[in-house]
Design a protein around this ligand. Structure first.
Ligand code: F6P
Length: 293
């Protein structure tokens, strides 16, 4: 094998190992939620209250992902600094439990991951794979890479492929927008009214981005956590949420945007930077950018 072919095979095996480690850990994370629904007396680097389960899932993923050959760095929404794993070239960024405030009400949550071929914080253009696990009535995982998007069901026995070439349906049906409505800027309100005026569109907002995004991937439509009057960069974080989710939706034929450009083209300036986040069918993201522009 040539040196280039050897390096490519090693890189592929690192990415595969990250994906399979997330898949294997997800069923354990799900089981481990029982008894860990309380908050701890700490905040994450974005100033949000942490749940016991957030910290536990973060520790579990950190330990396993940093042990993979080829993973140089691990970063998570739950810890302030990048962890130096020191053995390769890939940076893995995770949101161990997206939507963990839903633990209290026993609603849906997720785990998000992105594999960057660059030091963290990195651009979404450096992603070589990204995806999410959804802890719904069943545990499913969406994985995106150069080949497109695949969906799996996860059990203790492993991952079974349920859809090989996932694409956004052409006709959008659902929308979900975060942030308090009175805090939405006037131009975003105008856009929201226009989306709502389509008689086909139904409101779906669950308080966990992964649950809302998975509905968009299933039915077509859009999810947004926009910039707010009180927080122009919104709530969600570029490295852990914006880039991986933007990547999944774009690989499935949709678009992502911060209001002006693809999330994948937003310059990374700091690990926990926030960004307005919009994903969905091309027609809706075009309408959004036209209205905000
Ligand atoms: O922290 C991330 C998150 O939980 C997302 O999963 C979700 O979309 C959003 O925050 C919910 O925020 P809010 O409570 O403001 O609706």
């Amino acid at each position: 094998m040539s040196d280039t072919a050897t390096a490519t095979a090693a890189a592929d095996s690192t990415v595969d190992a990250v994906v399979s480690t997330v898949a294997r850990s997800a069923t354990e994370i799900r089981r481990g939620l029982v008894g860990r629904r309380g908050d701890v007396d700490e905040e994450n680097p974005s100033g949000e209250t942490q749940a016991e389960a957030d910290l536990w899932a973060d520790d579990l993923l950190a330990e396993r992902l940093t042990a993979i050959d080829g993973v140089a760095e691990y970063a998570s929404e739950e810890r302030p600094e990048v962890v130096d794993a020191g053995n390769g070239r890939f940076g893995v960024a995770v949101d161990p439990l997206d939507g963990s405030s839903n633990l209290k009400s026993n609603n849906t949550m997720g785990t998000i991951f992105g594999v960057y071929d660059a030091p963290l914080p990195a651009s979404g253009r450096d992603l070589v794979a990204g995806g999410y696990v959804l802890y719904g009535p069943i545990t499913t995982m969406a994985v995106a890479d150069d080949d497109g998007v695949r969906k799996y069901e996860l059990t203790d026995e492993g991952a079974s492929l349920v859809e090989a070439d996932v694409t956004l349906p052409d006709d959008p049906l659902v929308y979900g927008f975060g942030g308090r409505v009175p805090d939405w800027p006037e131009d975003f309100r105008r856009y929201a009214r226009e989306v709502e005026s389509d008689p086909e569109m139904k409101l779906r907002y669950g308080g966990a981005m992964i649950a809302d995004v998975n509905q968009v991937l299933t039915y077509g439509g859009t999810f947004a956590y926009p910039g707010l009057e009180s927080a122009p960069n919104g709530k969600l974080r570029l490295q852990f949420e914006g880039n991986p989710i933007g990547y999944v939706i774009e690989q499935a034929g949709g678009r992502s945007s911060n209001g002006e450009r693809s999330l994948l083209d937003v310059e990374p300036t700091e690990l926990h930077q926030r960004t307005p986040l919009h994903v969905g069918n091309e027609s809706l993201i075009d309408l959004l950018e036209g209205t905000l522009g």
